[in-house]
Structures are given as structure tokens and as C-alpha cells.
Design a protein around this ligand. Structure first.
Ligand code: ADP
Ligand code: MG
Length: 411
């Protein structure tokens, strides 16, 4: 096995507080074709593309166009009929597929967890195959569960059926990351969960990626998801024909043809809301206090800002619950604050569209914004979103995709 493809986790040790900041490796598909037996036309017909190291590349296209086949050839779950695949500088087309797969994380829809194994056993599967010792596997499992926002003590020993769909999907992501692979393949991973959960999982993936810088190939048939998550989007047509491969901004502004235009769809302004991140606009501040603070001081802080509520943070600055001025009249009101499971947050990487969704479903005009490690960062107000929308409309008075004048019309 070559040096460049060695799993960096092999040297990283499993006990560090956060996983090693691995930069992913570039993937090159070079004239890759897959013909299934007894099929008239190839499922993947001569695709060539370069997936830059450390980026999220979205493969988007209609059902049956060859997305899954293309992805599975990267970790050789499917053998290409012809062509070459390079990861880093290495041609992986003739490497041992089992070893290859342990260095490439793979996450599928419905998480694909083994039902008879606990959450911990599922996550620790690949490290076990790589013969890590028990203590190291255990600490790695806990570290990963923390990373995907599942309390290890609470979830480690449960079975998948005792988890919600969104939680199972988080475990699936944790399992994909277990050996700290430079490359992560994700095949419609969030396709089977409800829209709000999907949005949270997307936000979590972006947050993870800020720390991890993996090379991620992500298959979806949802163009909004592609715009939100992708550094680049590859729009595919039947036979994995690469119709357009560019940044979301470029694809939205200049769709290559009618097929892509159809994907981009109507409502360019709403799409712009998908393109703008919460971290891109000016945020406001809430009245912030910590568990154990004096209620009187907290109330003063709220009044100074003209607010009716304070947000209570834990010792790691994670938002726990909104507390009203009235509740603050009770002595010791902040001594023991339990986390409100309903408290709505978006992250800096959430889109304005996500934030608007949360506001519309919670009917609050303000939503908390969290940054790295789910720590409080600020609040976003509905007025801010409206202003951003108006600014965008002002910036593009003429919609670029207006229909052309009918043939023969006087010019
Ligand atoms: P997508 O993931 O974009 O929906 P797939 O890669 O699953 O597309 O499939 C691409 C094409 O290859 C489809 O026409 C599908 O029917 C065909 N195909 C996929 N898997 C097989 C297989 N094992 N045997 C024969 N044909 C297959
Ligand atoms: Mg598929």
C-alpha cells in the first residue's frame, strides 16, 4: 500500500478531544464507464471529472441517471468496465477493494445500521476491522457520537430501532467517519427524514466539514440540497453525462442549458435565500446569561437591551432555554436550568431560507444562531432576512432567465 493513501487516523490516536484535521484527497475520474451485463446502454458513459481535495461535490440528476453507480465505483463497490480512478496520486482501480473501502467513509440513505448491533458497535465497526485496541475504539466511538450531537452515555448502548430516523442517520455519519477517512461518500443520506430534521442534518454536516475538511462526494436529487451543501455541483443526465460542473452561484446565474434551467427552477429570489448563509448577514445579540447567574443581574441585562427574555447558556456556551423577565423574579431562577428540547436554533452555515422556515414554523420573529461546537453566536431577526431579500432584488432588476421574445416579434 502506498504512503499517500495511509489512513492518517493510524497515527492520530483515538483519544484526542477532537478528530485530527485531515484534509481530504483529490479524486479524479478519468473516462470511467460502467456497462451492466445485458444492458443496451452503459449506466455510466465515459465520465471524466476532478473532485478537489477538501471540497463537497454534489452529484445531482434524475433517478436512474447513474449517480449511485458513479459513486460506488469510487470505493469499488462496483467495478468500472473501463477508465481510471485516482485518489490522491494513486490509481485505485487495481487496489484491493476491501482495504480501499476501509479508507473511504460511506453513508447511505436510512443509515444502513446493523439492527442487531448497538450504536457503539455500529460506529466502532471499521476501527474493529482495522484492529484498533478496545480502549481506543471506545474513546473514538464516544468522540464521534459527541461530534454528531448524540450524548454517548445515553445512546452508545442502544439499538438502532430505539432511535429516531434522524438519530439513526447521525449514527450513520459517525460510522462513516470512524476511521477518519480522507474521503466520504454519501448517497442520498438525508432522503428518508422529515424536512426539519433534514435541515438540521445538513447544518451539522457543514459544521463537521468546517472542522474536518474531507473530500465529500454527495449524491442527491434535491437541487436545493445541492445548492446548500455543495462547494461544486455536478449536474448529471442519463449515462452520468456531465451537463454542468460548477459552483452553485455560477449554476444559478448561468444554467448551461434548458435541462439545468429546469433543475434550477423558478423563484430566483428564493433560491438566493438558499445561497445566502446566516453567517453572511448582520446578526443581533440577545441578552445572554449563564446557568447559576444572579436573576437580578440577568433582568438588568435584558432591560438594558430592551428585551423581555434572556437566553441561558451552559458552561460551554450552548443555548439551553429562554427565560422571561417574569420568571427571573423568582430567586434562584437560574440555578438549575434544564435544556428546553424545543429551543430553536440555526447555525452560521444555515441558509436564510432555513432560518425563515424555522421562524415560520415556530412563529417567533427571532431565532438563535450557533457557531462552532453549537456555542451561542447571536440571533437573526425576520427583518434582517427581509432586508437581505430586498437588497438582492434591488441588485438584479432584470431577471436573467426571462423568456425570449417570440420569433418574428418586432425588435
Ligand atoms: P441513480 O443513482 O442516478 O438513480 P443508478 O446508478 O442506480 O442511478 O442506475 C443507473 C442505471 O443503471 C439505471 O438505468 C439502472 O437501472 C441501471 N442499473 C443500476 N444497477 C444495476 C445492476 N446491478 N444491474 C443492471 N442495471 C443496473
Ligand atoms: Mg441512486
Amino acid at each position: 500500500m502506498s504512503e499517500t493513501l495511509q489512513n492518517p487516523a493510524g497515527q492520530a490516536g483515538g483519544t484526542s478531544a477532537s478528530p485530527a484535521a485531515v484534509h481530504g484527497e483529490q479524486i479524479v475520474l478519468d473516462a470511467v464507464t460502467k456497462r451492466y451485463p445485458r444492458q443496451a446502454s452503459p449506466a455510466v458513459d465515459n465520465i471524466s471529472m476532478t473532485i478537489p481535495a477538501g471540497e463537497i461535490v454534489m452529484l445531482v440528476g434524475p433517478s436512474g441517471c447513474g449517480k449511485t453507480t458513479t459513486m460506488k465505483m469510487i470505493n469499488r463497490l462496483i467495478e468500472p468496465t473501463s477508465g481510471r480512478i485516482l485518489i490522491g496520486d494513486e490509481d485505485v482501480t487495481d487496489q484491493n477493494p476491501n482495504e480501499l473501502r476501509r479508507r473511504i467513509g460511506y453513508v447511505i440513505q436510512g443509515a444502513g445500521l446493523f439492527p442487531h448491533m448497538t450504536v457503539g458497535e455500529n460506529v466502532g465497526l471499521v476501527p474493529g476491522l482495522l484492529k484498533w485496541d478496545k480502549g481506543r475504539i471506545r474513546s473514538r466511538v464516544d468522540e464521534l457520537l459527541e461530534l454528531v450531537n448524540l450524548d454517548p452515555a445515553q445512546y452508545r448502548d442502544r439499538h438502532p430501532r430505539e432511535l429516531s430516523g434522524g438519530q439513526q442517520q447521525r449514527v450513520g455519519v459517525a460510522r462513516g467517519l470512524a476511521s477518519d477517512p480522507p474521503v466520504l461518500l454519501m448517497d442520498e443520506p438525508f432522503g428518508a427524514v422529515d424536512p426539519i430534521t433534514r435541515q438540521r442534518l445538513q447544518d451539522e454536516l457543514l459544521r463537521l466539514q468546517e472542522e474536518l475538511h474531507k473530500t465529500i462526494v454527495f449524491v442527491t436529487h434535491d437541487f436545493d440540497e445541492a445548492v446548500k451543501l455543495g462547494d461544486r455541483i455536478a449536474v448529471l443526465q442519463v449515462g452520468s453525462e456531465l451537463v454542468q460542473y460548477d459552483t452553485p452561484e455560477q449554476i444559478l446565474a448561468h444554467p448551461a442549458n434548458e435541462f439545468v434551467e429546469g433543475f434550477v427552477g423558478e423563484g430566483a429570489t428564493l433560491k438566493q435565500l438558499t445561497l445566502t448563509r446566516v453567517g453572511d448577514v448582520e446578526l443581533d445579540q440577545a441578552a445572554v446569561v449563564h446557568i447559576g447567574d444572579s436573576p437580578a443581574v440577568a433582568a438588568d441585562r435584558a432591560r438594558a437591551l430592551g428585551r423581555e427574555h434572556v437566553i441561558v447558556l451552559d458552561e460551554r456556551d450552548r443555548p439551553q432555554r429562554w427565560v422571561s423577565l417574569r420568571e427571573l423574579q423568582r430567586p434562584g431562577a437560574l440555578d438549575q436550568v434544564r435544556r428546553d428540547r424545543e429551543v430553536e436554533v440555526v447555525s452560521l452555515t444555515s441558509t436564510l431560507n432555513d432560518a425563515l422556515d424555522v421562524m415560520l414554523t415556530s412563529s417567533h420573529g427571532v431565532v438563535l444562531v450557533t457557531g462552532p461546537r453549537n456555542a451561542y453566536h447571536g440571533v437573526i431577526r425576520v427583518e434582517t432576512i427581509m432586508e437581505a431579500m430586498q437588497a438582492q432584488q434591488a441588485a438584479e432588476p432584470e431577471h436573467p432567465a426571462t423568456p425570449e421574445a417570440p420569433a418574428g416579434a418586432p425588435s
